[in-house]
Write a protein that binds this ligand. Structure first.
Ligand SMILES: Nc1nc2c(ncn2[C@@H]2O[C@H](COP(=O)(O)OP(=O)(O)OP(=O)(O)O)[C@@H](O)[C@H]2O)c(=O)[nH]1
Ligand SMILES: [Mg+2]
Length: 452
């Protein structure tokens, strides 16, 4: 293992351990009672997290074969192992269920599982894509097996598997039956299937170097045997499998990238599990989240309306927003530090553009105006008091609205496992702003202020 690989491995391990200790602990429920329903729902994801760490610790690399029925997936695994462990045969659909066997070509601590799968065309459309995706997600390296002309189904499946971002070797099997084929002619065939797409797209699924030619179980050949006495008999000879090229390609990838691949895959699995946990927690705690956001929006509206000291509005407002973000994170049982809460707030304000900056500006302007009225007139005249309370009410309601928006945006961020998900911060922000009608919220907050 070189330094870079070791670093990837250690980082990934630490990250998984941290996630497991957090999600498995009661600490994450903080002052909320542990919710049995929630615990039952996330059990599987916790198991997946532990499984990913276990696989990482065992240094187990999964290599999975994919391909149409009868292209020779099982024969290739037997050939690599050097013994016929898996059943093979000329009939369609010999392999009915995925199966894994151990292989140790490097004589090292790295454990390799070769996974045999049923033919991709054994299962119908949608289901096939789903199964392929699931298996590919669990694999660290994919052997995509073809034999003969590449079909549209195979081309589509290649795309599907490639979207999992795993290294892939395109194995052309049965070369004994197609002696005229070479890497270039196979790449050319893929180019034809890629017609209509950007030629660069093909490089996203395969390079010529990723194509290897093998013959896992060459056809027996008839031989003429001439004896010393001149009699001629015909016999059958079984040529040896030709798998050297594939073996070399796999070992090269494993030596160069094996541990990093493991680390990366463990992290991908952990991310999926964490996202699932976050999603389920959020679903079960939707109502409480809404109550928390509304509660903070009200607090802030009242506090800011009532506070006569300028600038304290701005500082106090920030404090309320941070407390709101932390309360939401606690509700969801998600790990978030004070620093992260601050960063998140900063990002929300920055990407909200005019809206929340407007809130801060209105705090400064209305805040100063409000205190000016209070100081100069010292509440001596009823008119001054009306000016004060109207300005204060509006300022409070606007501030409350700001908190409401911060809460909604923070909720989405936390719901997506502390990422903006596939959307950027600004997209999330503008989507939420489009859904949160300022006038209604400000109106509601003002109503509440004046009913006090
Ligand atoms: N000529 C030739 N035949 C091969 C080669 N490799 C496999 N075969 C034959 O192809 C047939 C299918 O091989 P399998 O290994 O069972 O194929 P598979 O992809 O596992 O098939 P399913 O499990 O049914 O999806 C068998 O009859 C093999 O003997 C090869 O390199 N050359
Ligand atoms: Mg098979």
């Amino acid at each position: 293992m070189n330094d870079r690989q070791e670093k990837h491995f250690n980082r990934s391990r630490a990250s998984l351990q941290q996630a497991i200790s957090w999600y498995a602990s009661f600490r994450r429920h903080w002052n909320y009672p542990p919710d049995e329903k929630l615990q039952a729902e996330v059990k599987e994801d916790l198991q997946a997290l532990k499984g990913a760490l276990d696989k990482l610790d065992r240094k187990a690399i999964r290599i999975a074969t994919f391909g149409l029925v009868s292209c020779g997936k099982s024969s290739i695994i037997n050939g690599l192992l050097g013994q016929k462990i898996l059943p093979t045969g000329p009939f369609h659909g010999v392999t009915k269920f995925p199966q894994s066997v151990r292989w140790n070509p490097l004589n090292s601590e790295i454990e390799i599982e070769l996974i045999d799968t049923p033919g991709l065309d054994e299962v119908a459309g949608e289901a096939r894509a789903k199964i392929a995706r699931e298996f590919a997600q669990g694999a660290d390296l994919i052997l995509f097996v073809v034999a003969g002309d590449i079909t549209r189904t195979e081309y589509d499946a290649l795309w599907e598997l490639r979207s999992c971002q795993k290294p892939l070797i395109l194995v052309f099997n049965k070369i004994d039956l197609y002696p005229d084929r070479d890497r270039d002619s196979i790449y050319y065939q893929l180019q034809l299937l890629n017609a209509g797409h950007d030629p660069k797209d093909l490089d996203k699924i395969i390079y010529t170097d990723d194509i290897v030619m093998v013959s896992a179980q060459p056809q027996p050949i008839q031989v003429r045997v001439e004896s010393a006495d001149g009699t001629v008999a015909t016999g059958v000879e079984n040529p040896a499998p030709q798998l050297e090229e594939l073996r070399t390609a796999i070992i090269k990838i494993l030596e160069r990238e094996g541990t990093s691949l493991l680390a990366l895959n463990a992290l991908v699995q952990a991310r999926d599990a964490e996202n699932n946990i976050a999603k389920k927690t959020v679903q079960l705690r939707q109502k409480q989240a809404h109550d928390i956001i509304w509660k903070y929006a009200r607090y802030k509206a009242i506090a800011i309306a009532a506070n006569p000291i300028p600038l304290l509005d701005v500082i106090g407002g920030l404090g309320t927003d941070l407390a709101l973000i932390r309360s939401l994170a606690r509700l969801y049982g998600l790990p978030i530090t004070n620093h992260e809460a601050g960063e998140l707030w900063r990002k929300i304000v920055a990407s909200s553009g005019a809206l929340l900056l407007g809130e801060i500006a209105s705090n400064l302007i209305l805040g100063v105006g409000k205190s000016g009225v209070a100081l100069t007139h010292a509440f001596s005249s009823p008119g001054a008091f009306t000016v004060y309370s109207t300005t204060a009410g509006l300022q409070g309601a606007i501030a409350g609205y700001g908190s409401y928006v911060v809460g909604q945006v923070a909720k989405v961020y936390l719901e997506q496992g502390c990422t903006w998900g596939s959307l950027g911060a600004s997209t999330v922000m503008s989507e939420i702003l489009a859904q949160v009608e300022p006038n209604t919220i400000i109106y509601r907050l003002r109503q509440e202020l004046f009913s006090l």
